[in-house]
Design a protein around this ligand. Structure first.
Ligand code: SF4
Length: 90
């Protein structure tokens, strides 16, 4: 599927117009939607992080949003743990 990427769906050519990019990304996402390793692929792309292309059904912009959300969540958890620790110490 994406390994060969004969249709050039997964990575943007240079100077791609917005409408063409959106259409290409949607087509790539449809391929990802039927892929048996989508979850693992997505996690790989988030952990690297992969800066370009559609991976695991997410565009680079969508991955940045997921990563920002995860960072916020981790920060909130850290704050809550610190507050609990202080409260327990009395
Ligand atoms: S989920 Fe990953 S491996 Fe599967 S088609 Fe999409 S980019 Fe390729």
């Amino acid at each position: 599927m994406c390994r060969r990427d004969e249709a050039g769906l997964f990575f943007a050519p240079s100077k791609e117009p917005t409408a063409a990019r959106l259409s290409r990304e949607e087509a790539a996402k449809r391929v990802c939607g039927g892929c048996p390793v989508m979850v693992e692929c997505r996690e790989h792309a988030l952990l690297q992080p992969e800066p370009y292309g559609v991976w695991g059904g997410l565009t680079a912009a969508e991955r940045r949003v997921v990563l920002a959300r995860r960072r916020r969540r981790d920060l909130e958890l850290k704050k809550a743990r610190t507050a609990n620790h202080i409260a327990a110490a009395g």
